[in-house]
Design a protein around this ligand. Structure first.
Ligand code: RB5
Length: 143
């Protein structure tokens, strides 16, 4: 499993911290930008989202100022289930996402890194959740 990660200018510093954590955990990481320069979050969300959607089992992490723009943009890509993560409980119990989005201006570093660990360590349960993923996929095809 590879982790595709991206940010806009607001999320750059937090992204560096997250990359360090992922490497500490010996995970394979691919950085889709930006490199600190002003960047439009839809461009980065597209790069990470397209990579996750075309590599089954991979996951994505997107960071902008609030995480909202990234999550809206990433969810436009078929196959992406992006969740805006801001607290431990919902990060653990969402279960369906393959992309986590976070706000660098809304979360402190400690909580953000804790949420990344929760996201990585919480397995997708399948079962009734699987059925709902299919229902989401149908929505993508219908609308
Ligand atoms: C960039 O200034 C900011 O709009 C962006 O990082 C994000 O917060 C959008 O959701």
């Amino acid at each position: 499993m590879k982790i595709w990660i991206g940010c806009d200018h607001a999320g750059y510093e937090r992204k560096q911290e997250v990359i360090a954590l992922l490497k500490e955990r010996q995970l394979e990481v691919e950085d889709c930008g930006c490199d600190g320069e002003r960047a439009d979050y839809p461009v980065i969300a597209k790069a990470v989202g397209a990579a996750v959607a075309s590599h089954s089992g991979d996951m994505g992490i997107l960071i902008c100022g609030t995480g909202i723009g990234m999550s809206i943009a990433a969810n436009k890509i078929r196959g992406v289930r992006a969740a805006l993560c801001a607290d431990a409980f919902s990060t653990k119990y969402t279960r369906l996402p393959n992309v986590m989005c976070m706000g660098a201006r809304t979360l402190g570093s400690g909580l953000a890194l804790e949420l990344v660990e929760i996201f990585l360590d919480t397995p997708f349960e399948g079962g009734r959740h699987e059925k709902r993923v299919h229902m989401i996929t149908e929505l993508e095809q219908e609308w």
